[in-house]
Design a protein around this ligand. Structure first.
Ligand code: C2E
Ligand code: MG
Ligand code: MG
Length: 732
């Protein structure tokens, strides 16, 4: 059948409206019909027509060929029967609108429909116009159709590629963000919670570098599989790029369960992998945040989980962390400190303090360790334990470290000639290749004898480029400066470093000295081994952080060459040191407690204590799973029930088990759970929604920190106890 054959079926006008309007000659008419026949045969588009009951009265022959049916079988059938009913695909196409349009005699344009009864998916796009007779009555449709299967599949594939990571098949960043957006918006309305985990693989770069990229890709695929096995249907996993993964866990706010999942992920990811070219070992760190507590929007929640991940990595990797307000505060402070530290050098706010290192046998000062101090105009003195790690991360350490070398050499020149100066050198200074020239010029400018300069390096330098390290070590030795291995025992403590690197001295870290005289403590044995080992390798030893008389006695007995610690002197400024060094003998007398005191205060955190309708401010001094010591409220009888506000919606019901003046010990009703680090947190939190219900608008609640609504607005009745100020004792 060809177009020409159906024209008569509509009767009436010889020239149907869509073919020609005015009167035309028969030759011209035939030419147009031939053209249409050609057009149909090409299969670019097919033509179809129905009668007034929407049964097919015409279909291009080539279309019938595609449907694999003789044209005679198709004619007379309802048009809608060619297509699948109620079948909706990703493109949102379904037959329902077709039925609707057909019965309403409406025009249809590019409607996607799936052909029924085909084993392979076939999709057509159909368009059609209703035909009316001169009375305005419906006579049927005329229209065209084309196969859009390929285009549709391509569109679907493009959508899949846009939403999924091609390497692992997991959702990509785009999809995760979209899913989080929709979930969090919906959950906010229905007040549900949703947890977010951020993962970063540890040592992945090493696998990529040593075994090659195909092995790295293989590893990522296996990581994805392991994650899928653990998470299952509980949530959606995404790969954000590189070695970063994200897991969304809807309706999850139990930090106990989350901690278990995170621990399992860490354990499973750390199992060895067999990849192209060998075996690989990696680890992972996990950061977690929960909506609505730690953020209401995707942006807030991701930021919180990121901060938690950052803390997990900083905590030594292979760990998990929950977001807490402290993390946000410390991240902010780090950023501020970094900015201010950049200016500190120029503004002359940095200073070197010197701590004497004495000969163990005689107590005579042999050298001094230069320790950097930052006298901040507003913050006051900032500890290097705070600013050195920040400087290391931002690479500022190279500048300030170089300054320390020059400054130490210049000041030491004025000291008695028998005294050495030891300067701490960061691994970053070692790695940048300029250390030897900085030392050379510092020595030249100060005219200090190279023998009097000692550089203290930590084991972290061995993690960098081996060749660069060897070159630098060789250059430094050629200059004639001495090298000490600092904080020995706290890092990787590989003996191979000791054999390879030309150290003159090993510094035994203070964590071994601390408590070495206590019974049942094996620190003494470790110290003895290190001292013997150093002796065998022809190196000297310095014991750091010696505070008590019994520690000093033990270290002397075990044969440490030098002692450094508060027992002889704290770090002092250059002026004070010059006074110390002006004594003829240079001998210091030990002054310290007879024994090491182990009752150090480990924790000092401001918390809230709720009793009846009063909110007291107090200080948390010690926290374990089951108990807490709280200072700052006078006269609380044993047996009183209290609620501790540990911040961020963490409320813990407890009972006072002992009390003395303003100090008490409480026992929790439900034990706390581990926060992944050394701390504890409550399993559940009071939702900001509950607080909103108590009259506090949700938007006013910053993520992760919300005080108790109403509680802080002042007492309604006479408080039962007296709040007293607790001095925060500092360690030194
Ligand atoms: P470090 O090199 O191990 O320095 C020893 C630290 O122990 C110093 O802390 C010192 O004040 C402290 N200390 C000494 N004796 C005792 C004691 O008896 N008891 C106790 N509790 N502590 C004692 P400080 O000055 O806070 O420095 C901390 C760390 O900061 C240093 O550890 C070092 O790693 C780093 N640092 C300090 N100055 C510099 C510097 O100029 N450059 C670099 N790269 N790092 C530095
Ligand atoms: Mg040191
Ligand atoms: Mg040290």
């Amino acid at each position: 059948m060809a177009v020409s054959s159906i024209l008569g079926k509509f009767g009436g006008r010889k020239t149907p409206g869509h073919l020609a309007d005015g009167p035309i000659g028969s030759e011209d008419f035939q030419a147009r019909l031939d053209l249409l026949d050609d057009f149909e045969d090409l299969g670019i588009s097919w033509l179809w027509a129905t009668d007034s009951t929407n049964r097919l009265i015409y279909l291009s022959r080539s279309a019938a060929g595609v449907l694999d049916k003789p044209i005679e079988d198709l004619l007379g059938k309802p048009l809608a029967s060619l297509f699948e009913v109620e079948r909706t695909d990703d493109a949102g196409a379904s037959q329902r609108p077709l039925n609707f349009l057909l019965s309403a005699h409406s025009k249809m344009a590019d409607l996607a429909v799936r052909i029924s009864g085909q084993s392979e998916e076939v999709w057509w796009s159909i368009s059609g116009r209703p035909q009316l007779d001169t009375n305005g009555d419906f006579k049927g449709y005329r229209g065209n159709a084309k196969d859009v299967t390929r285009a549709l599949k391509a569109k679907r594939e493009a959508e899949r590629l846009a939403e999924y990571d091609s390497l692992t098949g997991l959702a990509n960043r785009h999809r995760m963000t979209k899913r989080l957006d929709t979930t969090l918006t919906a959950y906010q309305a229905s007040r549900r919670s949703c947890a977010l985990m951020m993962l970063d693989l540890d040592r992945f770069k090493q696998v990529n570098d040593t075994l090659g990229h195909p092995a790295g890709d293989d590893l990522l695929r296996q990581v994805a599989q392991r994650l899928e096995r653990i998470v299952g249907k509980r949530g959606e996993i995404g790969r954000l790029g590189g070695d970063e993964f994200q897991i969304m866990l809807p309706d999850m706010d139990d930090r106990g369960k989350l901690g278990e999942i995170a621990a399992r992920i860490i354990q499973m990811i750390s199992q060895p992998y067999s990849v192209e070219g060998g075996r690989a070992n990696i680890g992972t760190s996990v950061g977690m945040a929960i909506a609505p507590y730690d953020g209401l929007t995707t942006e807030e929640l991701v930021k919180s989980a990121d901060l938690a991940l950052y803390a997990a990595k900083g905590g030594g990797r292979g760990q998990y962390r929950f977001y807490s307000t402290d993390l946000k505060d410390s991240a902010q402070e780090r950023q501020e400190i970094e900015g201010e530290l950049r200016e500190a050098l120029a503004k002359d706010q940095l200073e070197l303090f010197y701590q004497p290192v004495v000969e163990a046998g005689t107590g005579r000062i042999a050298s001094c360790e230069a320790l950097m101090r930052w006298n901040h105009p507003e913050r006051g003195p900032v500890s290097p334990a705070v600013f050195i790690p920040i400087a290391e991360e931002s690479n500022l350490i190279v500048q300030i470290g170089d300054w320390a070398i020059r400054q130490a050499c210049a000041e030491a020149k004025a000291w008695p000639a028998s005294l050495r100066v030891a300067v701490n050198v960061s691994a970053h200074q070692f790695a940048n290749g300029k250390l030897a020239s900085v030392v050379t010029s510092a020595l030249a400018n100060s005219e200090l004898d190279p023998e009097r300069l000692e550089l203290e390096i930590t084991e972290s330098v061995f993690m960098g480029d081996k060749d660069a390290l060897e070159t630098t070590l060789k250059q430094l030795k050629q200059l004639g400066v001495r090298l000490a291995l600092d904080d020995f025992g706290t890092g990787y403590s590989s003996l191979s470093y000791l054999r390879k690197a030309p150290f003159d001295k090993i510094k035994i870290d203070q964590s071994f000295v601390r408590g070495c005289t206590e019974r049942g403590n094996n620190n003494a044995a470790i110290i003895k081994t290190v001292i013997d080992l150093a002796g065998a390798l022809g190196m000297e030893t310095t014991a750091e952080g010696v505070e008590a008389q019994d520690e000093l006695d033990l270290l002397r007995k075990q044969g440490a060459s030098y002692i450094q610690g508060y027992i002889y002197s704290r770090p002092v400024n250059n002026e004070e040191f010059l006074q110390l060094a002006s004594r003829d003998s240079l001998i210091l007398t030990p002054q310290g407690p007879a024994h090491h005191r182990s009752d150090r205060i480990t924790l000092y955190r401001k918390i809230g204590v709720i009793h009846e309708d009063h909110y007291y401010r107090a200080v948390l001094r010690n926290l374990s799973k089951a108990n807490a010591s709280v200072d700052g409220i006078l006269g609380v009888p044993v047996g009183t029930n209290l609620v501790l506000d540990l911040s961020g919606g963490q409320l813990a019901v407890c009972r006072v088990v002992s009390a003395q003046e303003a100090s008490m010990v409480v026992e929790f009703e439900t034990p706390l759970i581990s926060d992944g680090a050394d701390g504890y947190c409550t399993r559940h939190r009071v939702s900001p929604y509950s607080l909103a219900a108590a009259g506090m608008p949700l938007a006013a609640l910053p993520p992760g920190s919300y005080p108790l609504a109403g509680m802080e607005r002042g007492p309604k009745s006479r408080p039962a106890f007296i709040e007293v100020e607790v001095k925060l004792r500092s360690e030194h």
